[in-house]
Each structure stands twice: as structure tokens, then as C-alpha cells.
Design a protein around this ligand. Structure first.
Ligand code: ADP
Length: 488
């Protein structure tokens, strides 16, 4: 019964471009035969046909044009026209009646074919659209199924519309279509060590009018209690009126990468601790050697001792930086805050750098008294990093400017150079751990890319901000802020 209903219902058949010829032919012929039987045997008036046949024919043409496109409509039209001629012939029309009968039939025939043509064309168009959309959906589904990353698409209410096999492999659970993540099923998810609520889940985040999520890291606990690190990109899908109608998210399994990073961190931690003691001893021995050679007449020996001390200092800085990086990673970077004059620290550092090398030209623009409460040693470390970088990445002898901008609540320290500058796409990355700008056209500068990472962490932990404004080839301005206690 249902199959018969589907066969007859033209709406169900939309998107099925199989156009029958025979059904329209048999149906139209049946109408003619039934009409003749009715006129002669029931109504007993051959002329009664004229009262209803046009309505029935128009209905049949509309129906078949919509069901079987022009092919169906044309068959119904042709049979109707032939039937009208048959009526004219069998009812013995003559004279003026015959002429107007033939004329009416021709006009009706043209109208019927026109109707069949328009509706048939529309039907074909709708079918093509539906078929194309279905094909596109299939292509997309095949691509999604084969992607090496997890994919999840949800509607505006967060109900899951589509996922792929890779997602289930990553999360270790089957994600049921039609359910709402975080409501109908619980996936234990954490970010930055904290369990996140339903509203914090990636798709939920982008469904509230939020921007996209880019490479956000989460940790998911699988049903077997093992942990998987994922990186998520998600964005809302808008309709033409700009309303959010769905959201799509791509999930990458970064557990392998994270484990490698953890092993690297462990190695840095271990190596820096192991190096610390011998480097301190070497420095001590070099100091003894230096003191003994200072008074000696052998100038060469005293020069060697000084160079040794410089190199040992660099080595020691490197080990200290490595230790700091590993302290940041393990959350063990501690601060001892005290009240001190920031301007005096800057002056002291500039003097020390001028003493170290004659090539350095740092100018402290309009110094003024600024008192802050911070870890003096760590802030000195940030200042050292910014100033030595400004000198390192500038041509020899080029001036570096330091200035202090104060408001009631904060001080901004600016370090400006006219050196090599940093390309726009690199400016955010230089604050990442072990990131160095690699430019084939530039000479390589010594360093390991730890200084700005450590500086950023120090400033962040002092409730300040650090950033860079720079133009490649023209120079850079590094700035950081600190809350102030007192200004001049
Ligand atoms: P590094 O020890 O390599 O200098 P940093 O973390 O201090 O490490 O700096 C990271 C990167 O930022 C550097 O490799 C360099 O490419 C870029 N950089 C830092 N300061 C400057 C500057 N003043 N001018 C141009 N590039 C800079």
C-alpha cells in the first residue's frame, strides 16, 4: 500500500528523475473510456461529456507534468486533444459547430502543451537541484568519512548532525547522531587543567555568538580512563541572513606531539639541573684564574682568562634560562616581590651594558621616578632580555631608546630599536617557547628563543602585558606594563 502511495504521490517522487510514459498513456486512455461509458450508459446523453472533461483533462495534465515532467504532461495533452476530435467526429458536429469545435480543440491543445511544457520544465529543474544537492552531500560525506582528523557538525541547538569514524577513534566513544554533546552524553573534557562545563565545549562556544576557535587544546578522558590531548578548530555556520544555523568542528589528536613535548621538557629539566653545578664550579675556577693572571705580566694569559669568564657567563645564562623554561613548564617559577625604583634599575642595567661593550648606545629618554612592587631580579631579567635583543638585532652602534610612560595605575616600559625588525606573521610567535625567526636572507643571530618566552611569563605573572610593534627592516618597539605604586 505504501509502495503504491509512493508510486502515485508526485511530491514523494521529487528528486527521482525517472519519467514514465506508459502510466500517463494508460491513465488518460482510461479517463476517455470511462467518460464514454458514463455518457452513453449512465447519463444517456452523449453531449454531457463537455460539462466535465476539460476539468478532468487539465487535472491529468497538471498531475502528469508534475510527476513525469514534459513527457507525462505531453502524453496527457495529446490523448485529451485526440479525444476531443473523437467527440467531434462521433457526435456528428456540422457546419459552424464543427468549425468552432475544431478551433476550440486546437486552442485547448496549444494551451495544454504549453502548460505541460512549463510545469515539466519546473519539475526537471527541481529534480536536478535535489539530485545535485544529494550528490554534493554524498561527496562531502565521503570526504568527511575519510579525513584523517575528527569532524563533528551540529545544528544551532547543538544537536549532532554528522561525525566521522576518526572522531570516534580519537575520543574512544561512539557519538550518537541527534544527541546534544554535554547534555545527552558526557565526555569528560578539560582545558588548562580544569574540567569544562557544557557551555565551554567547543561547539557550544561557537554556537553562542562567539568567534571561531583556533587550535585550542583540550584533554579528554576516554572511557578506559586514558587521556587524549586534542587540538580543536571550530566555527559557526551562518545562513544568508547571518543567523547561526550550525557549527562545524575539526579535532586533531595531538597526544603523540604532547608526549614528545613532555619528554623534551623532562630532558630540558634534567639537563639544566645537571649542568648547573659544573657551570658554577667552572665559573669559580675561572675567577680564581682571572684574579691570578690580572697581576701577571703575561697580557695574553689575562686576556684568555677574561674571554673564558665571558664565555662561562654566557653558558651560565643559558643554563639559567633553561632552568627557568623548565620552571615555567612545571609551574615552579616563584616570585619574591618587593617595592623598588624601576627607573633606577633601568639606569643600572644601561650602565652595566655600556661597561660591557663600547658598541652599545642605549639612551634613557626623560627618566622619571617610578616605584613598583615586583620581583626585582625577574624584572631586571626582562629588561636585560629586551635591551640585549635590541642591541643584538641592530647594526653595530645604532642607538636604542628606552622610555617610561606612566598613568595613575600602570607604567609602560618601551624599548625601541632601528634594527632588523620582525615580519607581521612572526610577531606573535616570537613569545613562544624556543621560537626563533628563521630568515634565509638574514644573517643568523646566536640564541635559543627562550628570552621572550620567559619575559612574557614573568610579566604575565605580574599582571602586566608584553607586546611588540615592528616593521620588517625598520626596527621594533617592545613594550611591557606593570602596575605602579608611585610615580614622581
Ligand atoms: P633569542 O635568544 O633567539 O634572541 P628571544 O626569545 O629573546 O630569543 O627572541 C626570539 C626571537 O625574536 C629572536 O630569535 C629574534 O628573531 C626575534 N627578536 C627578538 N627581539 C628582537 C628585536 N629587537 N629585533 C628583531 N628581532 C627580535
Amino acid at each position: 500500500m505504501r509502495r503504491l502511495g509512493n508510486y502515485l504521490n508526485p511530491v514523494v517522487r521529487l528528486g527521482t528523475p525517472h519519467y514514465s510514459f506508459l502510466f500517463a498513456l494508460l491513465f488518460s486512455l482510461t479517463i476517455c473510456i470511462l467518460s464514454e461509458l458514463y455518457a452513453y450508459n449512465i447519463a444517456r446523453d452523449p453531449m454531457v461529456v463537455g460539462k466535465y472533461i476539460i476539468f478532468i483533462n487539465v487535472f491529468a495534465i497538471l498531475y502528469f507534468s508534475f510527476r513525469d515532467a514534459f513527457r507525462g504532461g505531453a502524453v496527457a495533452s495529446a490523448i485529451s486533444v485526440l479525444y476531443y476530435f473523437y467527440i467531434i467526429y462521433t457526435r456528428n458536429y456540422s457546419g459552424q459547430e464543427l468549425v468552432s469545435g475544431i478551433e476550440t480543440t486546437i486552442v485547448l491543445g496549444v494551451l495544454y502543451f504549453l502548460l505541460a511544457g512549463i510545469i515539466g520544465w519546473l519539475k526537471r529543474k527541481i529534480d536536478t537541484l535535489i539530485v545535485n544537492e544529494a550528490n554534493e552531500k554524498k561527496w562531502l560525506q565521503t570526504i568527511i568519512r575519510q579525513l584523517p582528523v575528527g569532524v563533528v557538525i551540529a545544528d544551532a541547538k547543538g544537536k549532532i548532525l554528522q561525525t566521522n569514524r576518526q572522531l570516534e577513534t580519537i575520543l574512544g566513544v561512539k557519538i550518537p547522531i541527534g544527541k546534544v554533546a554535554g547534555k545527552d552524553m558526557v565526555i569528560s573534557t578539560m582545558q588548562n587543567g580544569k574540567k569544562i562545563k557544557t557551555s565551554g565545549l567547543p561547539l557550544a562556544q561557537v554556537l553562542q555568538p562567539r568567534t571561531e576557535l583556533l587550535d585550542q587544546e583540550f584533554v579528554v578522558e576516554k572511557p578506559d580512563k586514558s587521556k587524549v590531548y586534542i587540538s580543536v578548530n571550530a566555527s559557526p555556520i551562518h545562513n544568508n541572513e547571518g543567523k547561526i544555523i550550525a557549527a562545524a568542528s575539526i579535532i586533531k589528536d595531538i597526544t603523540g606531539q604532547k608526549e614528545l613535548e613532555n619528554r623534551k621538557d623532562d630532558f630540558i629539566n634534567m639537563a639544566s639541573h645537571e649542568l648547573k653545578t659544573p657551570v658554577t664550579s667552572i665559573k669559580l675556577y675561572i675567577d680564581i684564574l682571572k684574579r691570578q693572571t690580572e697581576n701577571s705580566k703575561n697580557k695574553k694569559l689575562s686576556h684568555v682568562a677574561k674571554s673564558l669568564r665571558d664565555q662561562a657567563d654566557r653558558l651560565s645564562d643559558l643554563v639559567n634560562n633553561l632552568l627557568d623554561v623548565s620552571r615555567i613548564q612545571t609551574g615552579k617559577l616563584n616570585f619574591q616581590k618587593e617595592s623598588f625604583r624601576l627607573d633606577l634599575e633601568i639606569k643600572e642595567l644601561i650602565d652595566a651594558l655600556h661597561d660591557e661593550s663600547e658598541k652599545v648606545k642605549i639612551i634613557f629618554k626623560k627618566p622619571k621616578s617610578v616605584t613598583v612592587i615586583a620581583d626585582k631580579y625577574r624584572i631586571y631579567q626582562v629588561l636585560t632580555n629586551l635591551l640585549t635583543n635590541a642591541v643584538k638585532y641592530s647594526p653595530d652602534g645604532r642607538k636604542v631608546w628606552v622610555s617610561l610612560l606612566t598613568t595613575k595605575k600602570k607604567v609602560t616600559v618601551q624599548v625601541k630599536d632601528h634594527g632588523v625588525g620582525i615580519a607581521k606573521n612572526e610577531q606573535k610567535k616570537i613569545f613562544d617557547r624556543l621560537y626563533q625567526v628563521i630568515d634565509a636572507t638574514e644573517k643568523t643571530f646566536p640564541g635559543l628563543g627562550m628570552g621572550l618566552y620567559i619575559s612574557k611569563e614573568i610579566i604575565k605573572r605580574h599582571k602586566g602585558k608584553i607586546w611588540v610593534e615592528s616593521t620588517k627592516g625598520k626596527g621594533s618597539v617592545f613594550s611591557f606594563t606593570l602596575p605602579v605604586v608611585k610615580t614622581e
